[in-house]
Design a protein around this ligand. Structure first.
Ligand SMILES: *Cc1c(COP(=O)(O)O)cnc(C)c1O
Length: 463
């Protein structure tokens, strides 16, 4: 296949994509497929001879869409929707066409400079200080890892990177139990260790109790441990819990500790000023991550980390072997210094396209609709016999259950086998609950209210 043929097939792929998206509501959100069924349709080794694209494309159509969970389905209410606005898909096509690698300014001047401008646009859109800066990672997990590594190194006076951790005091990091498992992963990878991630008790509204944080830090210092920092969550994954950012930042600062905030999902909502009370005090944090690929419509993957001062992270992650030196270019930003991987895709392009093609007002309207529809749906579910709202809407996320754990789990299986909507579960206060997470870019009020219809259909005779 050459570039002329690519041109032909790219047009065919664009037509296919149009039909695929137009027909999504006709498909079950989660495919009815058994494990191993896809692999069984593929030969056991790569072909020795070139195959015609016609046959490859035919196989794609026969095998892939029917065994795909449709994340762009308007009735995807599982996990947190990972959105791809049409404008961001177009930007990805263009980035793919150039297929550059943005590790240095020199290897990608446009990608680097547009990334810098997008960070400034987003800081302003989220109401964060204009003096902050930031970068784009692949995922919130990597952003949080980067922040935790910087915390570790600052606490160890940069001796962890230099000498390793074996001779060091026991390091401690603090987060609530509502915080995402990416924080657990970060302490493992950073060599801090799972046992040294202190899960601080939560108080009102499932947020971290600042007094419990203070007590935990004091007790660790008394025991001779070395606290490195605090990770807060705004919009936790299970039920959307929000730590009281201002009060926890005050405690951390009193102990001289840096604060990283995981707002992977909820951060996008802060383009709406009325939701910013959920992270009030955020300007006191040192680092915040949010995923525009979740609720802002920038196609996966796109995780933005903003930083009050990037110095510690740069000192922790910058590597300058001879082959990466940019001769005569001292005044440029080389974004690989900010992130764990060296190589970087041109992720800023889809932000540029998305923010321009919808405008902040268009994006706010979507988020506000999702929040309003989630509330309306939660009220409708609460009114169904046998159903209970366990955690009320946090932005556009709520959880419910039906009679008992066993019946709730059985109902969830039936909902997802039915296929009109897709929901997932979590545990809250020891109980099995079903999550409803509204946020797909193209979903309508009718799509959201379909959840109520499905619940009525499935338990109608039983209640
Ligand atoms: C989705 C999510 C993450 C993980 O995001 P990735 O980008 O997939 O690593 C972390 N924290 C929260 C609160 C999330 O919602």
């Amino acid at each position: 296949m050459n570039h002329d043929e690519l041109n032909h097939w790219a047009k065919r792929a664009a037509d296919w994509a149009r039909e695929y998206h137009a027909g999504l509501r006709e498909r079950p959100v989660r495919p009815r497929v058994t494990p191993g069924a896809v692999a069984a349709q593929l030969p056991s080794a790569a072909p020795e001879q070139a195959e015609p694209m016609e046959r490859i494309f035919t196989d794609f159509e026969a095998i892939v869409p029917g065994a795909t969970t449709h994340w762009q389905h308007p009735r995807f209410f599982a996990y947190f929707p990972a959105n791809a606005s049409p404008a961001s898909m177009l930007a990805e096509q263009l980035a793919n066409a150039m297929a550059g690698q943005g590790m240095l300014w020199q290897t990608a001047p446009a990608a680097t400079e547009i990334e810098g401008v997008m960070i400034r646009w987003l800081l302003s859109a989220l109401g964060l200080p204009g003096t902050w800066t930031g970068t784009i990672h692949d995922s919130a997990t990597t952003a949080t890892l980067s922040a935790v590594l910087a915390m570790r190194e600052a606490a160890l006076d940069w001796q962890g990177n230099a000498a390793g951790l074996s001779g060091q005091r026991r390091l401690r990091l603090y987060a609530s139990a509502e915080t995402h498992s990416s924080v657990d992963k970060a302490v493992r990878i950073a060599g801090i260790g799972q046992e040294n991630l202190v899960k601080v008790a939560t108080g009102a509204g499932h947020g971290m109790d600042p007094q419990a944080l203070d007590a935990a830090i004091r007790s660790d210092i008394g025991a001779g441990f070395l606290p490195v920092g605090v990770v807060l969550c705004v919009g936790g994954t299970g039920i959307g819990a929000c730590d009281p950012v201002g009060a926890c930042v005050d405690v951390a600062k009193a102990h001289g500790l840096p604060v990283h905030v995981d707002a992977a999902w909820a951060g996008s909502a802060m383009i709406c000023p009325e939701f910013r009370s959920l992270w009030s005090g955020i300007e006191g944090a040192d680092s915040v991550v949010f995923n525009p690929h979740k609720w802002l419509g920038a196609q996966f993957d796109c995780a933005v980390q903003v930083l009050a001062d990037p110095a510690d992270q740069l000192r922790t992650l910058t590597m300058k072997p001879d082959y990466l030196k940019t001769l005569g270019q001292a005044q440029v930003t080389d974004y690989n210094d900010w992130t764990v991987p060296l190589g970087r895709r041109f992720r800023a392009l889809k932000l540029w396209f998305t923010l321009r093609a919808y405008g902040l007002e268009g994006l706010r309207e979507r988020i506000r609709n999702h929040v309003a529809w989630a509330r309306e749906l939660s009220e409708a579910v609460a009114a169904l016999p046998g159903f209970e709202i366990v955690t009320g809407p946090a932005l556009s996320l709520f959880t419910f259950r039906y009679r008992s754990d066993a019946e709730t789990e059985a109902l969830l299986r039936r909902i997802n086998d039915d296929g009109r909507v897709y929901l997932t579960q979590t545990r809250h206060a020891g109980r099995f609950v079903i999550r409803v997470s509204v946020g797909q870019f193209d979903c309508t009020r009718e799509d959201v209210m379909t959840v109520e219809e499905v619940l009525r259909d499935l338990v109608g005779g039983e209640a």
